[in-house]
Design a protein around this ligand. Sequence first.
Ligand code: ZN
Length: 92
Amino acid sequence: MSELTCAEFVELVTAYLERSLPAEVEARFVEHLTACEGCERYLDQFRDTIRRLGTLPPESLSAPVREQLLAAFLEWPGDAGDATKRDPGQGL
Ligand SMILES: [Zn+2]
């Protein structure tokens, strides 16, 4: 099973605090949190900042990035066989 990287963790912090993570992703998030001291501290600081500001930092994460990440988590490949090449620039 794939583990969250620290970079992915950081990207998901806002969504986690907004409780907008799908349960499966949140489970991975919490798993990383318990295993990684650096990220635990990061989350603490993040919470502290929110407490002081009374809200989430506005520029913390752009929605498209978050959505891409969530999509990636939810589509975690069971079999990475012949991947059809998709160009992200093409859109729909
Ligand atoms: Zn970490």
